[in-house]
Design a protein around this ligand. Structure first.
Ligand code: ACM
Length: 652
């Protein structure tokens, strides 16, 4: 929606412009700006490296022939199955093409000249050619699919275009926490499908935490028979009642090793590698519930059902009221982890293995005489050095299994273990420090919009309950403070779906869909091609239209960004445009929440507020599928202060 107003105060203008400047989410701003017809990037998300428009259109019909060097290639199979499902193509892919029908040619010839994971897509009136090998061919096909119309039609028209493309980063990740809330194999596969569409290629699976252990380990069956289950609680994370004595733990679930293999293959067929995470030495209450001897206090525990067992202080320090840490000086703990890692490593072919390492409370270690004696012997001054010792031991255990260790940025604190890679989440500082030490880094800072469980609009407009709202689209994962030599240590970027407040797929979709698109562009597109206006005004609305047709529960941007704001003036005029093609805006002035029975906005409207009076303008957007935005609410107050601000000013 686009809007302007004629008279208001300078205060409001400043407030308004500030809010635009610090936009948290990709979608709000599109509500302010008029759509333009020309698209630099042919509608493709993430925006390609080079896009050239040519004349004419290609017609995809049921007679279209797929010609492929290798009809059994998994990318060819993917496209064929997509087109058969949506367009009912008559012909099977073949190595030759004859006849007069239009042709889609999929070939690796010439791919050796392309950068890694790169592809070339050329569409002429009679032929679509995708040149690429392995992931490159798959990504060329994803771009081709994005050019197809949302609705299958007997003869779909594709614009003639030539695209040359390859990714900026090798690591383009999404993390899903399945401990706080469990997600089924099918739900995980659906997320993998979403990632593949947007050329994301690393799925980080957070498999263990205080609230559930989710992966079958054959040598330690209690990890899942006990550790995967907690007492049922639905009030809300942090507010839930602790387990009552004798209460049955019935809520949870886990993946069998056969299911894990199935997901790994499913992901590999879409060129996605899976990074497993076993979070230690902190966040281990589910494992300790199964085997209390793993912690130094040996306290019997129960899997946490989302009841509060920590205290957080303003200085960033925290305290765990239950011992959820493994004992770092017990050789049985290392033997346990060696066996667990052996089974996990055998299931996941990816060369990296995530050991967590975050938020490890050391208070129980500091009180334990054995650990204190060990620190003295090792000449350690701080308990952080004990964690560093623990991480170094895991580096060695994993090295023997052919794996490289990754940990959250806390693993830097007592000295970074040799060869460990760092996932920077508490900001960029950990990642910067690690890159300067020539360690590999994945950037995933919560401070820069990469925590998808954080709010992306005003807190009262969001269903989840976490702070945040940092800017996302413009983020560059390579900090300017790194030298050219240090920059290649940034392997890529990741968005995280922590699920304390995300118990269902519809809520997950609400929280992640818009941000996943922005992440994809951050991970793939060269900085110089990133263009917020093009993304938010042209390509995003088209993609949201697709989500709408697919029935996804994406977040419909509220009609106004500066919601719950007071505008002061006498005359107000609004020009609004829905953020999604075909959506409608309804408004009220009488204090009621607008509904589809209220006045539909369809022209410029203008309100005159009597002197010393006010009106409450409320608006919602309703999409073609009936999905609603949250309500934008603005108080229009006439204090008889007139400052003339033109529409032009607002758009700069
Ligand atoms: C984290 O958010 N504790 C990595």
């Amino acid at each position: 929606m686009f809007y302007n107003y004629f008279s208001t105060t300078r205060f409001f203008l400043m407030n308004h412009l500030n809010r635009i400047a610090c936009l948290a989410l990709v979608s709000c701003q599109l509500a302010f700006l008029p759509a333009k017809s020309q698209d630099l990037y042919a509608g493709i998300i993430p925006a390609p490296v080079a896009t050239k428009h040519t004349n004419g259109t290609f017609t995809l019909s049921q007679q279209t022939i797929i010609k492929a060097d290798n009809p059994a290639d998994k990318a060819v199979v993917f496209l064929t199955s997509y087109l058969n499902h949506n367009w009912k193509l008559k012909n099977k892919p073949d190595t030759t093409a004859s006849g007069s029908a239009t042709v889609i040619e999929l070939t690796s010839k010439g791919a050796e000249r392309l950068p890694k994971e790169g592809y070339k897509l050329t569409i002429t009136p009679t032929r679509v050619t995708v040149v690429g090998k392995d992931a490159g061919l798959f990504y060329g096909i994803q771009s081709l699919i994005q050019l197809l119309p949302v609705d299958p039609s007997p003869a779909a028209q594709l614009p003639c275009v030539s695209v040359e493309d390859y990714p900026r980063f090798g690591y383009r990740g999404v993390m899903l926490d399945v401990s706080r809330h469990f997600f089924t194999v099918q739900e995980v596969k659906d997320l993998i499908d979403l990632m593949a569409k947007y050329k994301l290629n690393r799925f980080h699976w957070h498999l263990t935490d205080d609230n559930g252990w989710r992966i079958e380990i054959k040598q330690f069956p209690k990890l899942t028979s006990v550790g995967a289950w907690r007492v049922p609680r639905y009030l809300g994370y942090g507010s839930n009642e602790p387990p009552r004595p004798g209460e049955a733990a019935t809520d949870g679930g886990f993946y069998t090793q056969e299911q894990i293999k199935d997901v790994v293959k499913y992901a590999a067929d879409r060129y996605i590698q899976i990074l497993p995470e076993i979070d230690v030495p902190g966040h281990s209450l589910a494992a300790i519930a199964a085997y209390p001897e793993l912690c130094c206090t040996k306290t019997p525990a129960q899997v946490n059902p989302g009841s509060n067992f920590s205290r957080w202080y303003d200085n960033g320090k925290y305290e765990m009221l239950l011992d959820n840490t493994l004992n770092p000086i017990d050789e049985n703990v290392y033997r346990f982890l060696d066996k667990v890692f052996t089974e996990v490593a055998a299931l996941f072919p990816y060369e990296y293995f995530h050991i967590g390492g975050d938020e490890c409370f050391k208070g129980y270690w500091e009180k334990d005489p054995g650990i204190q004696a060990f620190m003295k012997k090792m000449n350690f001054k701080k308990a952080d050095e004990v964690q560093s010792y623990f991480t170094s031991r895991l580096v060695e255990i994993l090295r023997k299994k052919g794996k490289k260790l990754i940990g959250w940025d806390e693993i830097l604190e007592g000295g970074l273990a040799k060869d460990a890679a760092v996932m920077s989440w508490r900001g960029e500082e950990g990642g910067i420090a690690a890159a300067k030490m020539k360690h590999e880094v994945i950037m995933s800072p919560s401070t820069n919009g990469l925590y998808f469980d954080y709010n992306e609009a005003n807190a009262d407009l969001m269903p989840a309950n976490r702070g945040g709202r940092p800017a996302l689209y413009a983020y560059d994962p390579v900090p300017k403070s790194l030298t050219p030599d240090e920059r290649p240590f940034i392997l890529g970027v990741q968005g995280n779906i922590w699920t304390e407040f995300i118990a269902t797929v519809p809520r997950m979709q609400y929280m992640i869909l818009l941000r996943t698109l922005a992440l994809a562009e951050m991970a793939w597109t060269p900085m110089e091609n990133k263009n917020y206006q093009n993304f938010s005004e042209i390509r995003l609305p088209k993609e949201l239209e697709r989500f709408d047709k697919l029935g996804y529960n994406y977040r419909v941007p509220a009609p106004y960004l500066p919601t719950d704001t007071t505008m002061t003036g006498e005359t107000f005029s609004f020009k609004m445009k829905p953020s999604i093609p075909g959506a409608k805006i309804y408004f009220t002035l009488n204090g009621k929440v607008p509904d589809i029975t209220d006045k539909e906005y369809n022209n410029a409207i203008r309100f005159v507020v009597p002197p010393n009076d006010k009106r409450v303008f409320q608006a919602i957007e309703v999409t073609p599928s009936g999905k609603r935005s949250t309500v934008s609410r603005i108080v229009l107050e006439n204090k008889k202060i007139a400052v003339n601000i033109s529409n032009d000013n607002l758009q700069k």
